[in-house]
Design a protein around this ligand. Structure first.
Ligand code: FA5
Length: 348
């Protein structure tokens, strides 16, 4: 039986050598698992097969072979664990390499947008009035005849309707507002005096378009109602606004005018910056550019919203945003604002 014992021990040595060198060459975890099953598997592993001869061995031989089997098994298991660790470590390093972020690379620059010049003007104007205690409000662009005309003392067939060529949604009833003045009525219906609001927004007119006239443009409405309020307050407020907006060097003038919802009424002009008031296309050779309409709120309008005209007075104004932008930025063509030419827009 000595020969069989030596044979067995030799087989185990050979197994250890073969399994170890095969393990060295393994590079994938699938191959590693296959190796494990093949050599150390509980069912048909090679080591298990060799152990199956144990019952046939003599009493003296058994512990010798048993110890050898255990030694080979322990050795192979240790090598397997070490190999697994090494492979996991390598896979981790590979993953880190794949996912590496180069923080020194320059980022992708996104094109930066900017505010449209008209939005900038609206912000500047409303900021000035907010600093004087006014509140910013808004109203709808699609209006009823009542708010756009009737409540503002412009009844049906009133000649003042011709001052603003109307774009109707439903003739005689619903229209695109021709002015921001309807917001005055909406505000007074909602608030009790004192009222101090400015209302920026778009207005629409079926207008002949030229260097200073558009069919869609922006206005900023102002309304102040209080127990004590005079034309001098209106003048002071608008002069202060013009100084802050255009600088102390510019001249403004108040010119008597007519609006059905204010009495007395005045238009405010600023000296033409394009020709130094000598006369040009922009100022239509008058030397002045019209900025806004204004006046003391007509008592009829106050009565219409339930304010007592004996107790409350107020002033209102409505300015053209495009006109202000033309003067402020020295632009001589109103159509540039809606032409969407980036070379123009990038200058602001
Ligand atoms: C009005 O629209 C009155 N609602 C203003 C007002 C409000 C008066 C409150 C009294 C009290 P007007 O039609 O004049 O008024 O227009 C006011 C301003 O809008 C003008 O001074 C001008 O700056 C501007 N504007 C008028 N028409 C155009 C247009 N077609 N294109 C660009 N701006 C215009």
């Amino acid at each position: 039986m000595i020969g069989q014992l030596e044979d067995l021990l030799g087989q185990l040595d050979e197994l250890l050598t073969r399994a170890s060198s095969e393990l060295e060459t393994i590079t994938t975890s699938a191959a590693l698992e296959a190796w494990d099953t093949h050599y150390l598997g509980r069912n048909r592993g090679e080591l298990k097969n060799i152990s199956s001869v144990m019952p046939k061995l003599s009493k003296d031989e058994r512990p010798v072979v048993g110890q050898k089997i255990n030694a080979v098994k322990t050795e192979l298991e240790q090598r397997l664990t070490a190999k697994r660790g090494a492979m996991q470590q390598r896979e981790l390093l590979q993953a880190m390499e794949r996912e590496r972020i180069d923080v020194t690379l320059p980022g992708r620059t996104l094109p930066a947008g900017r505010m449209h010049p008209l939005s900038q003007v609206i912000k500047e104007v409303t900021d000035i009035f907010v600093n004087m205690g006014f509140q910013v409000v808004q109203g709808p662009e699609v209006e009823t005849d009542y708010y756009n005309f009737q409540a503002l003392n412009i009844p049906v067939d009133h000649p003042a309707r011709d001052m603003q060529d109307t774009l109707w949604v439903s003739p005689g009833e619903i229209l695109l507002r021709t002015q921001t003045s309807p917001v005055q009525i909406r505000v007074m219906e909602q608030m009790r005096p004192p009222v101090r609001v400015v209302a920026p927004g778009k207005v629409y007119r079926n207008e002949a378009i030229d260097a200073t006239h558009e069919a869609m443009f922006h206005q900023i409405e102002g309304l102040l109602i209080d127990e004590y309020c005079t034309m001098a307050d209106l003048k002071g407020c608008l002069e202060r606004f013009a100084r802050q907006m255009f600088g102390p060097g510019r001249r403004v003038r108040f010119r008597g005018s007519y609006f059905p919802f204010t009495e007395p009424s005045a238009e405010v002009d600023i000296d033409c910056p394009f020709c130094n008031s000598k006369g040009c296309r922009v100022c239509k050779f008058t030397g002045w550019v019209e900025l806004l309409g204004s006046g003391m709120v007509d008592p009829r309008v106050l009565r219409q919203v339930g304010y007592d005209p004996a107790k409350y007075r107020g002033f209102a104004f409505g300015m053209g945003v495009e006109r202000i932008a033309l003067v402020k930025y020295d632009i001589n063509e109103i159509r540039l604002f809606t032409a969407n030419d980036l070379r123009f827009l990038r200058q602001f």
